[in-house]
Design a protein around this ligand. Structure first.
Ligand code: NDP
Length: 249
């Protein structure tokens, strides 16, 4: 693959599975030096790191608790110590705790908002100063189309993803004068561990509603991350791009 990202340093949160893993593989294969995070899946993270390193790519996984300012700071400090810069941050780590509002506990709400929205806020804050002094940087947030359309049983998750859109647009305005571009990708239904929890019936219902009549593969989200990271997207900021097979039209 063409080494478009040679010399670029990228941080990818939640790189140990699903969409994050596909992003790590894609950016590394295009030459980026990737710092990826895992939380509980150390074995999987190590296996990905070993495989990609053996293939000649630059990938290092670090354990991060995305809801902790201290843990996020340690991650970014480590990257700066090693390579002195951060070109791209991909805020991908996320969770669901689905249930109807009537049954949703305060913890279900807090866990999802803390991981999906506060986690992205903490990562943006931690890389911001470095990107500002570089006068260059890109932040790519992974939202969801349900942050635009809403979804029953996901009041917490949809609120967190709607928040990601607000964060994206506000930060894009705050940082544009420093040449830091902030965008959001809103995937539809992607086949990962997260959607594995759905019943066969729910999956079929989704597939029927999607104009392209199929779920996305994680690689199809990763390729859009690569687009935002590339110089082809150097005049794009504050945007939300749905990558959903037409579901949210
Ligand atoms: P997965 O459940 O497959 O992976 C989630 C990732 O987030 C894992 O790497 C996990 O690390 C990490 N993570 C979870 N909690 C924490 C935490 N507290 N601190 C640090 N890392 C954490 O998710 P997907 O790949 O499906 O989703 C990735 C992103 O895409 C999410 O933001 C999700 O909301 C979004 N998305 C997904 C869609 C889908 O259909 N799958 C649709 C739309 C958006 P570990 O495994 O090491 O614990």
């Amino acid at each position: 693959m063409e080494k478009r990202f040679a010399g670029k340093v990228a941080i990818v949160t939640g790189g140990s599975r699903g969409i994050g893993e596909a992003i790590v593989r894609r950016l590394a294969s295009e030459g980026a030096r990737v710092y990826a995070t895992f939380n509980s899946n150390e074995e999987k993270a190590k296996a990905i790191q070993d495989e990609l390193t053996n293939d000649g790519f630059s990938v290092r996984f670090l354990r991060v608790e995305i809801t902790s300012e201290q843990s996020v700071k340690e991650l970014v400090d480590e990257v700066i110590k090693e390579v002195g810069r951060v070109d791209v941050l991909v805020n991908n780590a996320g969770i669901t705790r689905d249930t109807l509002l009537m049954r949703m506990s305060e913890k279900d709400w807090d866990d999802v908002l803390d991981t999906n929205l506060k986690g992205a806020f903490l990562c943006c804050k931690a890389v911001c100063r470095t990107m500002m002094s570089q006068r260059k940087g890109k932040i790519i947030n992974i939202g969801s189309i349900v942050g635009i359309n809403g979804n029953p049983g996901q009041v917490n998750y949809c609120s967190s993803k709607a928040g990601i859109i607000g964060l994206t647009k506000s930060l894009a305005k705050e940082l544009a004068s420093r040449n830091i571009l902030v965008n959001c990708i809103a995937p539809g239904y992607v086949e990962t561990d997260m959607t594995e929890k759905l019943t066969e019936e729910q999956r079929n219902a989704f597939a029927t509603m999607i104009p392209l009549k199929r779920a996305a593969q994680a690689e199809e989200i990763a390729s859009v991350v690569a687009f935002f990271m590339s110089d082809d997207a150097n005049y794009v900021t504050g945007q939300v791009l749905s990558v959903d097979g037409g579901l949210a039209m």
